[in-house]
Design a protein around this ligand. Sequence first.
Ligand SMILES: N[C@@H](CCC(=O)N[C@@H](CS)C(=O)NCC(=O)O)C(=O)O
Length: 269
Amino acid sequence: MDTKLVFYDIAMGPPAERYNIAVNPWKTRLALNFKSLPYSTNWVQFPDVSSVRKSLNIPACRKFADGTDFHTLPILVDPTTARKLGDSFDIAIYLQKQYPAGNDLFPPQSLDYVFSSDAAILIPLSECDGSEYPEYARFNVNVDAAFTTHVRLMAHGPAFDHATAEETKAEFVRRAGVSCWEDLAVTGEQREKLLGSFREMLGGLAKLFGRNGPFLLGDRANYADLIVGAWLRMASKTLPAEEWKLVRDWHGGVFGRLHDALEIYAAVH
Ligand SMILES: N[C@@H](CCC(=O)N[C@@H](CS)C(=O)NCC(=O)O)C(=O)O
């Protein structure tokens, strides 16, 4: 029997140029590589996420604002234990407990970061089970809220697979309650303002990264670095190049350094 872990990620772009941008699957991929665990990727086209998740009998862990199920990835299946998990934070905890050898995802540390904003989040975020590693759970929720509040900056970035592009765009338009894809673009003064807010938010986060860096605890990464790193991966692929360059350089270059230092855990298997 093949005992490799099976990881479900969202495939963007046409098959020959497939790439991955989704933040929560990125958290899982970084964690799998960080722990040097053998796994294979099952690539799922964006419109197929719901049916794949349902076919594995994994309940939705997220809901749309109207209360209906929002089926998401990542999913991890472990053939050795027959466990199936459908939330990136649960997956990270499982990996640490089931495979404690090697790099530690959750070394004790205080992660004193709280994000608050009046800006609405279009699709509510999941609850994060804080019963284990509560510092990390709270950090995950706050970092997700902080970036999600600015995610419209990244909305027009991805190049979709031609075969599914129209369906994918239509779904984003439906969720946003706008009338066409172009309405989702943030431009001009509105963009400048949102970029300014993004910079300020990142300034708060940058304070947690000590002078030594590149990681929160110095030269060894942990899951909190991977959470931020996953958002940076998504930003790097979806922001216009000149804006990604700004993000890398803001606040003394802390996020460019973090992104680059995590490159060793970003291999796509
Ligand atoms: N709390 C979940 C959230 C997962 C989530 O929101 N996944 C997004 C990608 S980052 C997704 O699958 N989206 C599918 C869609 O938008 O249809 C987790 O951490 O795994």
